[in-house]
Design a protein around this ligand. Structure first.
Ligand SMILES: NC(=O)c1ccc[n+]([C@@H]2O[C@H](COP(=O)([O-])OP(=O)(O)OC[C@H]3O[C@@H](n4cnc5c(N)ncnc54)[C@H](O)[C@@H]3O)[C@@H](O)[C@H]2O)c1
Length: 438
């Protein structure tokens, strides 16, 4: 195919070399003449393993051309990849100057084209930028319509500097954020040979996933480093500990605990985090990321409170009280925290939790209720129907499928349900369902 690549830094130069290697004719565009000169001579503008040989080979093939004329590059090609830099501005926001200027040039190029064209944004962009800012610029400057006369995609780039050719050839997946099928089909044609899963999604989700991946990587590195600092102070080998942590592919290196939901609680996580922070404090070890977890968890409870009390309606039904579905353990349950708040503020609360029946509670659980939530006996109801019947607002804190089914039979259209568990889209509840943050 005839491709154009805008911005020949790490992402653009590696893409140009790999796409030309794969047999495509590629026009490289940059505002930096020195980069263009290097590429024209078959030299690499970035220091990357394998790029010296690859650039020499693709330059020799005659499939690579460079120019500063962005508009002509659009006219001469079928697909344009935008790989310009999106650095930090002084206030931390994303500096989009380069991509905004380029979008105007691309739009003017589109205006000169008779056939259709695909514009693929690969620069990391704040979610919403492509749909709210860049497509309008392209449409305004071209006088054409996205989805009809030209097509736009956002395809996040996952290569890492230092191993970028390898990463380009073996991405974790190829994500095509598009509004129609034309741009996704074009990308599938170009990248199917990598063998990586090809995932179509919305443009906004594709933009966001890039931030999530980078944040997750930063979080993992920081977790390992904070663990190491604490380990050293305790005379423990952090390499050994982190190796063992990584060997657990059920709970640690897995999908476990990565689905958005309500706050965590229970008899282990909060107390062990507090003990971890105490160990660090008494040894003068700074572990600010771990230290922020409980505050973040509390922010999640506060968010739920805000949603529940939002419309001032006073009769609340809480479904669930234990700290997670499938247990009767109430210790540090964030649903208990919610209940305590609502009772304290004078809300009329009724609670149903199939696992928590006062008559069945023994030992630690009974003591916990007596100490933490003495009114619990009055608030617990044995059946779902009883709590839902007179409620204005229903708080769903358990994720039993059978419970949602039973709920569907008893909710009323005028009731509002706060979903803390992430109900499936086809929940079938005939009332207003308000997700916690979804
Ligand atoms: N570097 C990485 O490992 C990596 C990985 C994934 C995603 N990204 C993202 O990809 C984007 C590019 O990153 P990079 O590291 O390759 O950037 P870079 O700074 O190395 O290169 C950007 C290039 O864009 C050029 N440019 C600026 N304005 C231009 C214009 N109007 N027309 C044509 N060229 C123009 C610059 O001269 C420069 O050569 C960024 O959004 C970055 O966040 C980077």
């Amino acid at each position: 195919m005839n491709l154009s690549i805008f911005g020949l830094g790490y992402v653009g130069a590696v893409s140009l070399a790999c796409l030309a290697r794969d047999g495509h004719h590629v026009v490289g565009v940059d505002i930096d003449a020195s980069k263009l000169a290097l590429i024209a001579e078959g030299k690499t503008p970035v220091v990357e393993e394998g790029m010296v040989d690859l650039m020499a080979a693709v330059a020799k093939s005659g499939r690579v051309r460079v120019t500063t004329d962005a508009m002509q590059a659009v006219v001469d090609t079928d697909i344009s990849f935008v790989c310009v830099g999106t650095p930090s501005a002084t206030n931390g926001s994303q500096d989009q100057g380069a991509v905004l200027r380029l979008a105007a040039d691309l739009g003017r190029g589109l205006a000169k084209k008779s056939g259709t064209h695909v514009v693929v944004f690969r620069s990391t962009l704040v979610p919403g930028t492509v749909e709210d800012v860049l497509i309008p610029i392209l449409e305004r400057e071209s006088g054409r319509k996205e989805g009809v006369d030209f097509h736009v995609a956002f395809q996040p780039e996952f290569l890492r500097e230092g191993t970028s050719i390898k990463d380009y050839d073996h991405p974790p997946f190829t994500i095509a954020g598009t509004r129609g099928t034309a741009a996704a089909d074009a990308l599938q044609g170009l990248f199917a040979h990598t063998g990586a899963a090809f995932v179509k999604t919305s443009i906004r989700a594709a933009e966001m996933v890039k931030y999530c991946c980078n944040n997750f990587h930063a979080l993992k590195i920081t977790f390992a480093n904070e663990t190491a600092r604490l380990c050293e102070s305790l005379g423990v080998d952090p390499m050994e500990v982190m190796d063992l942590v990584c060997r657990d592919t059920q709970l640690n290196i897995s999908r476990a605990y990565l689905r958005p939901g309500y706050a965590f609680g229970g008899s282990c996580l909060p107390k062990d985090l507090r003990a971890t922070m105490h160990m660090a404090r008494t040894r003068d070890v700074e572990i600010p990321m771990l230290g922020a977890i409980l505050a973040s968890n509390k922010a999640h409870v506060d968010l739920a409170v805000g949603k529940i009390v939002r419309d001032g309606r006073k009769r609340i039904a809480m479904i669930g009280l234990s700290f997670k579905t499938g247990t009767d353990d109430l210790r540090e349950s964030p649903l208990v925290t919610l209940a305590e708040y609502l009772v304290g503020k004078g809300y009329a609360l009724a609670i149903h939790d199939p696992e928590v029946q006062l008559s069945r509670l023994l030992g630690a659980n009974r003591r916990y209720i007596e100490a933490q939530l003495p009114h619990i006996g009055d608030l617990l109801r044995p059946t779902l129907e009883e709590v839902v019947r007179d409620a204005d607002v229903i708080v769903l804190g358990l994720s039993h499928a059978s419970l949602s089914k039973a709920l569907a039979a008893v909710v009323k259209p005028e009731q509002r349900l706060i979903d803390l568990v992430g109900l499936p889209k086809d929940h079938g509840l005939r009332c207003l369902v308000d997700g916690l943050c979804w």
